[in-house]
Design a protein around this ligand. Sequence first.
Ligand code: MCA
Ligand code: AMP
Length: 509
Amino acid sequence: MVNPLYDGLFGRHAGKTTPFLHLLDESIITHQDFLGRAAQIANVMQQLGLKPGDRVAAQIQKSPEALALYAACVQAGLVFLPLNTAYTVNELTYFIENSGASLIVCDGRNKAQLAPVVSKLCAKVETLNADGSGSLKAKAQEMPTTFATVDRSENDIAAFLYTSGTTGRSKGAMLTQQNLLSNALALVEAWKFTADDVLLHALPIFHTHGLFVATNVTLVAGGSIIFMPKFDLDVMVERMPEATTLMGVPTFYTRLLEDERFNLASTAHMRLFVSGSAPLLAETHVQFEERTGHRILERYGMTETNMNTSNPYDGHRRAGTVGLPLPGVEVRICDADGNELPQGDIGEIEVRGPNVFKGYWQMPEKTAAELRETGFFITGDLGQIDEDGYLHIVGRNKDLIISGGYNIYPNEIELVLDDQPGVLESAVVGVPHPDFGETVIGVVIAEPSQSPDLDAMMDAVRVSLARFKHPRKLILLDELPRNTMGKVQKNILRDHYKVMFAPACPEIR
Ligand code: MCA
Ligand code: AMP
């Protein structure tokens, strides 16, 4: 039996009684215990009638069982589709329907709300609560702790991760076994992970960073994880002396720096801090080194590609850059037609390698628009490669806001705002924010002689969209700035409101 991803991440630890997860209540789940739990869940899913290639959509809190569900999907050849716990029912319904999921695993509290989509798809539903309880656990407990691993090839799809876009609905990025495994292997090598590593894990496990980077890398290396249900500054500072590595979004690092307990002594046992998902300010990089003596290692990735580049482990970690291509990954800077530009020029970043996804689920046109026949993926990020080969991300060719590491596409919010009574049009932009890096504001234009109720608009936003996408401010203007072609000049709005959340700055109206 061959299942490269299961064998590479999980199967290799069969029989090991060494710790895999250190939980906050001081209990430990060994590799062998974990594999047993995963096998039990795989047995449940097989008994439910799921077949290899079927999708399993999961909107569940971070727990050891949630991680075991991921392992179970890999072992049973199912496609794992993790979903942000902040998504509203509206958002979830689209993902579940679009993916054609055969099984939905949700928190018991949300089961009733999902009933319409469950029955529409004739899908199965099981519950898994934050404390690990629920119908899935109850059934799993009755199952054997072994499961005959389903054969898979490296080109088989292991996971779908939904990613939005500047226009249109979210797209399901199809990630193969090879995409995930090759990237984990490359990162273990690049970041020198070993079985002695203890990773402080505070990221969510429904995105690439927390699941396919932090977790897969530790699994390949055979190390262990201090498993935090979510980011918590006190817990992080308290547990750091037991850890050797941390992976986080820039907000983790700015929050740590605000705490005096985070210093040379509390980080003495650490060997590596990795940052990604959003730009790390050079200023944070410098302050971090001054405080701890460690230089943060910044890397660059995407949902569609996993990790593309990384600052070197041993060489110079350059603040303001995302480093060099990972082994096996090609990075080039191109014009809009895909012609490579001379070294030093600014252009669109394109990447190719075993890490690059297979395409968007049932969206051949979108796949063709972003994935060239040559295998290069058009990232939508603008970059420049310096004389030493380091990649600098200098901007985005896509209308994207990154708040605390979460991606927010303005179009999705504009559609909700435009739909509200008395609204002619709207524009949503990101502005600098001291904690989240960027945050969302919405500019609204009223229909003639109308005065839209901004509070009612926020209520409508709350029903439709996850909390992290909510504008932190709505502003009523007479008109949107436009260029001579009639295109909204979002750069003018961004510039005008850029100090809105700056510390000690009076609010702008
Ligand atoms: C929470 N809130 C947010 C965010 N997170 N609002 C905007 N942006 C956010 N990122 C809301 C909360 O619901 C709350 O709302 C309020 O903001 C403040 O909550 P707080 O307790 O301070 O937030 P938190 O729970 O501490 O969360 C902040 C966080 C978290 C720790 C930065 O957002 C996080 O874990 N981010 C990581 C995201 C991530 O994993 N990204 C990787 C994507 P209220 O005020 O109503 O209570 S993968 C990726 O991007 C690529 C592939 C890559 O390269 O990695
Ligand atoms: P996602 O939709 O989660 O795939 O987000 C990927 C996007 O996050 C990239 O296209 C970049 O715009 C951004 N990103 C990830 N890592 C970094 C980084 N280190 N610096 C700047 N932007 C980053």
